[in-house]
Design a protein around this ligand. Structure first.
Ligand code: FES
Length: 153
């Protein structure tokens, strides 16, 4: 188990599904760790490897990407492309010694608020186990949302 700290988690989530689930989780007052910063995307197909690495470079301790269930993406295969990119970025994080476990892809439907709460819990646990992102220690941490915003076309 890594040192105790307050992990910073960025969540890049699809507006058609996971965002609704996250919103509903709030309305249902489901308990889950509050240290997650949400970035709403039109589709997770917008997520690229460089975005993910930039967010870690900015000091996020964990990043979660969550899109529509397989077969439900409004842009057909955006969530499948995101899944592949997340898998690739996980490999790069492992090679860099940061730990691929800091990054994960989820598929959470609009009505599945409990699954969202569980996913945040999972990533918070992982971030606690892996310890703080070493890249985040020596520099100020600009908001992950701001970084993603800067990379929007
Ligand atoms: Fe939700 Fe593509 S529209 S992941």
């Amino acid at each position: 188990m890594g040192e105790k700290y307050e992990p910073k988690i960025a969540a890049l989530i699809c507006t058609y599904c996971t965002y609704t689930a996250a919103d509903m989780a709030g309305s249902m007052r489901l308990q889950y760790p509050p240290n997650v910063r949400v970035v709403k995307l039109l589709c997770t197909g917008k997520v690229d490897v460089i975005y993910l690495l930039e967010i870690f470079k900015a000091g996020a301790d964990a990043v979660m990407v969550s899109g529509c269930e397989i077969g439900d993406c409004h842009f057909l295969e955006g969530n499948l492309r995101a899944k592949e990119r997340v898998a690739h970025a996980k490999t790069l994080l492992d090679e860099a010694g940061l730990g691929g476990g800091r990054l994960e892809m989820f598929h959470i439907g609009a009505s599945d608020a409990p699954k969202w709460a569980q996913a945040v819990l999972t990533m918070t646990r992982r971030a606690l186990e892996l310890g703080p992102n070493p890249l985040g220690r020596s520099r100020p941490r600009p908001a992950a949302a701001q970084i993603v915003e800067e990379h929007r076309a």
